[in-house]
Write a protein that binds this ligand. Structure first.
Ligand code: C2E
Ligand code: CA
Ligand code: CA
Length: 640
């Protein structure tokens, strides 16, 4: 029973709703169903408050006709209020990010709630049987209203539980907001049933809606602060919805190459301006496509199938990046790599789409900057393996589990082993033994080679020191160094300090380098090589004849040894032409006063021919494979 006329709570509720609606109308809204449903909920709530105030004013009026009018307000009040509960249930289902398409049980729950609601509310409009208005007692609810309340509470509970259970895309903060908000509403409704002196339930609901708005629906939750495009969280959510509905789409991810450099060169403020310009431009490239900030220097455009022409959009984007971006006096050239993915062909879940994109971005950053890449052309398994190997290398470095094996090198003049090549070995718990041919290029691409190379070099020096190699026939150890190492400013200092630490003399070290196609800063390498050469360390040119190491390279560095690549050696036993090439190559190198190591010697016949041709050193499985350091010591002892 209602006591005195008290509209304070309803007025306060109305003020809160006005605040929410004002914000909703002044700010950009999330362009997804859930947001529109939230607006509907707000409008319904305003109508509920209007009805609530109307029915109270009428009830407390002395005039008979006003008193009668209160039934109209009551009827609409219940109709709208309980409709809100069902809309809320649907809102919560939407929060889960799951479509109800094909979900029979969920649909049945929803239909059941709607049906009961419809029967009771329509019945009430005809018979006014949800409540009794008593001139003395005010209004009294009937068992039908109790049933309707149970239906409403059930709908709300169902919605809340559904959202909590399936809300994968929802952040912890949002989940908490929704849970607390809905719990308040439910508690408010139950409390209102027992405390009827004051009518506060609308106020409780309005406060909960404000909470929902601020924590879960607010545009700040969906827009990227700098560029004002939709943020990554909302992108995930929207994609998940389209995937659930099996709506085909194309994604274009634009990832800036070297954006760090832009920030460094022009400053973060101009970097931000550039990103804003790119975002503004991307907004114009398609009529219906949605633009998202995918990562700090990445944007994505989702184009639903049948809306815009994908290729046209792609052309507009690539064309724009050919021209500079202007801000005040700055003309900035930005390079971007564009990645294209189609749903469902290139990934049929949000997880697999993100995985494919992230892998592609990662590898594009290393290899295909500035180009357009279709994820369907990308071999995901290779990428996954490469990523796993990358991790294995990192762990091996961290846990110091890399081993160095030694392969003896036979001196054809002294008829004994006078040197050996240090070859790194990596064994991963999950991946097993991984060949350096595979993990070294990966370590070179991600820069880990520098640390790895230093570790190998230190192990070699410790080995030379501990095994007292100077007392054996072994004069020096050949250590592979990557050009990436040679490019480091502290390369010379690192090498020298490690040798000093283990008392290793320069004559005991020979560094092998391979020419690679990508050498861009030859000067730095030359300077470093020169410095070490002056200290007395010798150098070998590795893999000569394999395609990379060429004649031109020989003259740029003071090589002591040229190592003939095993393929060149093997070929010489296959064709007459290759045999002649080998013969003249050996002659030429000798003419240049350099020494020769022939690699890949596997047979007696190869060993004989290569010695007779004049190769100074022979290396290969005919003599020995690379063996662990302890075995190597006994192998040398035995041989001598
Ligand atoms: P590489 O420098 O050309 O090393 C010679 C490779 O040929 C070694 O392979 C060796 O085990 C193999 N080999 C030697 N004799 C024979 C033979 O008679 N027959 C055949 N079939 N193979 C033979 P491995 O150890 O797998 O090393 C592969 C490559 O990995 C090396 O080629 C080198 O480029 C790189 N690498 C190995 N250790 C290191 C390292 O510590 N640092 C760097 N930067 N690269 C390394
Ligand atoms: Ca080598
Ligand atoms: Ca080699």
């Amino acid at each position: 029973m209602i006591g005195n006329l008290d509209l304070h709570f309803d007025i306060a509720a109305m003020v809160i709703m006005a605040v929410i609606l004002l914000q909703l109308s002044s700010k950009k809204n999330i362009p997804i169903k859930r947001s529109y449903v939230f607006i509907v909920m707000c409008i319904l709530q305003v109508l509920v408050i209007v009805c609530s105030m109307g029915m109270q004013l009428c009830m407390y009026s002395d005039a008979e006709q006003y008193y009668k009018m209160s039934t109209i307000f009551f009827d609409f009040y219940f109709a709208i209020d309980y409709l809100s509960a069902i809309v809320f249930m649907y809102y919560m289902i939407l929060w889960s990010g799951r479509s109800i398409k094909g979900k029979l049980v969920t649909k049945l729950h929803l239909i059941f709630a709607i049906l009961l609601y419809a029967i009771l509310i329509v019945g009430n409009f005809i018979n006014h049987d949800l409540y009794i208005i008593d001139p003395q007692k005010g209004w009294v609810y009937t068992s039908k209203l109790q049933l309707l309340s149970v239906v409403a509470l059930y709908a709300m509970f169902f919605g809340i539980c559904y959202a909590i259970k399936y809300a994968e895309a929802m952040s912890y903060g949002k989940l908490t907001a929704i849970t607390i908000g809905s719990a308040c509403v439910v508690a408010g409704i139950i409390a209102q049933f027992y405390i009827q002196d004051t009518f506060f339930v609308n106020f409780v609901i309005a406060v909960s809606m404000l909470l929902l708005y601020e924590l879960a629906q607010h545009p700040l939750n969906i827009l990227d602060g700098n560029t004002q495009v939709l943020n990554r969280a909302i992108m995930d959510e929207m994609l998940a919805l389209d995937i659930a509905d099996e709506k085909e789409f194309e994604l274009i991810v634009i990832t800036m190459d070297d954006f760090k450099l832009v920030n460094k060169t022009y400053g973060i403020d101009i970097g931000d301006v550039m990103l804003r310009q790119v975002a503004d431009f991307l907004r114009t490239v398609s009529r219906k496509g949605k633009v998202f900030r995918y990562g700090s220097d990445q944007f994505a455009i989702q184009i639903k199938s049948g809306s815009d022409d994908f290729n046209t959009v792609l052309d507009i984007i690539t064309e724009r990046f050919r021209h500079p971006w202007i801000y005040e006096d700055n003309s900035v050239r930005l390079s971007a790599t564009t990645i294209c993915l189609s749903y469902p062909e290139d990934g049929n879940t949000l997880g697999s789409i993100v995985e494919v994109l992230d892998y592609t971005i990662l590898f594009a950053k290393k290899k295909n900057r500035g180009s357009v890449i279709y994820t369907k052309d990308v071999d995901l398994n290779t990428m996954r393996r490469e990523k796993a190997i990358e991790k294995a290398v990192e762990e091996a470095i961290l846990n110091d589990t890399l081993e160095v094996h030694y392969q003896p090198i036979y001196n054809t003049e002294k008829h004994c082993y006078t040197s050996a090549e240090a070859l790194v070995r990596m064994k991963d718990e999950k991946l097993g033994n991984i060949s350096p041919d595979i993990f070294i290029p990966i370590a070179e691409r991600n820069g880990k080679i520098v640390k790895l190379g230093t570790m190998v070099f230190e192990k070699v020096c410790r080995f030379i020191h501990d095994q007292k190699l100077s007392e054996s026939t072994i004069e020096y150890i050949e250590v592979n160094v990557s050009v990436i190492q040679c490019l480091q400013e502290d390369f010379v200092d690192t090498i020298i300090s490690i040798m000093d630490k283990y008392d290793v003399r320069p004559e005991q070290i020979n560094l092998e380098i391979t020419e690679t196609a990508e050498i861009s800063a030859v000067q730095i390498i030359q300077d470093n090589v020169k410095k070490l050469h002056e200290k007395g360390i010798t150098f070998s040119l590795d893999d000569y004849g394999s395609g990379y190491s060429t004649l031109g390279y020989i003259h740029q560095f003071p090589f002591y040894i040229i190592k003939l690549d095993k393929l060149m050696v093997w070929d010489a036993f296959e064709t007459e032409q290759a045999s002649t090439t080998l013969k003249y190559t050996v002659g030429m190198i000798k003419e240049l006063n350099m020494h020769i190591v022939a690699e890949g010697v596997e047979t007696e016949q190869q060993q004989q021919k290569l010695s007779s041709l004049g190769c100074d050193y022979l290396q290969g499985w005919y003599y020995s494979k690379a063996v662990p350091s302890d075995q190597f010591a006994s192998l040398i002892k035995k041989a001598s």
